[in-house]
Design a protein around this ligand. Sequence first.
Ligand SMILES: Nc1nc2c(ncn2[C@@H]2O[C@H](COP(=O)(O)OP(=O)(O)OP(=O)(O)O)[C@@H](O)[C@H]2O)c(=O)[nH]1
Ligand SMILES: [Mg+2]
Length: 235
Amino acid sequence: MVLPTYNEADNVQAILTRAGEVLAAAAPEGFRILVVDDGSPDGTGDIADSMAGEHDWVRVLHRTEKAGIGPAYLAGFAHALGEGAGYVMEMDSDFSHDPADLARLLERARTDADLVLGSRYVPGGGVSDWGRLRQLISEWGSTYARVVLGLKVRDLTGGFKCFRREVLEAIDFQTVRSRGYAFQVELTYRAVQAGFRVAEVPIVFREREKGQSKMSWRIAAEAMWLVPLLRFGRR
Ligand SMILES: Nc1nc2c(ncn2[C@@H]2O[C@H](COP(=O)(O)OP(=O)(O)OP(=O)(O)O)[C@@H](O)[C@H]2O)c(=O)[nH]1
Ligand SMILES: [Mg+2]
């Protein structure tokens, strides 16, 4: 599992501990969690290092500057494939995604899907505590991308995923350029285009309790103009 962090000093130790418990049960054959920290000024990287000293399943990739979640994941994917991972997972590090759901995502990828999405917009899924405006923006964003790209997937912008190794090997992920929400859209779009089976399992997304949001209008705007380019442009 790849866990991107930027200024998550209040969350990183707890999320590693919890995700480690879940994966130890769900993947008895072995697992690793790779923290990809972009030089967080709040010391997140040091906390992750000390966790790595305690647990052999924790790895840490230190990057020097905040470059966005997309580039952090690309570096993490390359590392995971290099280490021989059979499944590669994405999850936020702020408890917006419930680590308990990792088990359901992995199980689905083991049975009948190549890419599994934790989805807010299928029956049983949802968002627990967003304001109406943010909920609308997110729903519009997913609908917009779904229509422009001609996909059936309901939740295109979420960042809770499980890839079979073969998907990442096939979609040439190193050439994905988007950084924010568009990054998630682009990965899923490429997997569908390559003919992989994409499944959505319901999840409930919760607002972070600790630490600060890095969501920005710039990231949302990037998604607005990149989505039509994915469909119609030559990248
Ligand atoms: N390595 C790295 N991680 C990042 C970066 N930006 C965000 N993250 C992490 O990626 C995860 C998902 O980020 P977002 O949900 O987009 O941002 P967020 O700060 O959690 O925003 P809210 O969900 O609105 O609170 C979070 O756990 C962040 O710590 C980045 O530039 N580099
Ligand atoms: Mg978040």
